[in-house]
Ligand binder design. Structure first.
Ligand code: HEC
Length: 144
């Protein structure tokens, strides 16, 4: 009987697709390089578009002009404080005033998901290895 044959054929295929679903269902990313995950690609793209002019490609900054994000206590520390700095320039103790004559731009217009991807990216690159940031932490930072 045909339906039975189809069932026999499709069951193993269905199982196979379930196994592959984790990678197969990732939304298409603009660039397929960098960290590899969708969040990583989004964060990398946002970093390239918004932060590179000052903090440079490898997060190294410009000595005495723009701080390095590599090994920065502000980047590696409390994610809510980091988000407050980037989104509303509320200065945490890890970013003491008076070190730089130049100013940072405000990025409060970033969506929660995008801000989370961006901060996750800077915490996981340039030799940094801090925990990821999620959208709930961004919302918390905005509410404070
Ligand atoms: C116009 C240049 C400029 C751009 C663009 C910029 N920044 Fe900055 N950033 C600065 C300056 C200047 C400081 C230091 C400000 C201070 O200490 O008062 C800074 C400080 C920081 C710090 C604190 C680092 C430390 O250790 O003190 C973080 C984190 C940061 N920026 C993240 C970002 C991110 C993420 C982006 C992109 C969304 C970005 N910045 C875009 C100029 C810039």
């Amino acid at each position: 009987m045909r339906p039975a044959a189809i069932l026999r054929l499709h069951l193993p295929l269905g199982l196979l697709m379930t196994v592959c679903a984790c990678s197969g269902q990732a939304p298409p990313a603009a660039t397929d390089t960098a960290a590899g995950t969708a969040t990583g690609d989004r964060g990398a793209a946002l970093y390239m578009q918004n932060c590179v002019p000052c903090h440079r490609e490898k997060g190294e900054g410009v000595p005495n002009v723009y701080p390095s994000l590599a090994g920065s206590p502000a980047v590696l520390g409390d994610p809510v404080e980091l988000a407050q700095w980037v989104l509303s320039q509320k200065r945490p103790a890890t970013i003491p005033a008076g070190r730089y004559a130049t100013q940072m731009l405000l990025f409060g217009w970033l969506k929660d998901q995008d801000a989370a991807a961006l901060l996750t990216f800077i915490r996981a690159n340039f030799g940094n290895a801090a925990s990821p940031v999620d959208a709930a932490m961004i919302a918390k930072a905005r509410a404070r």
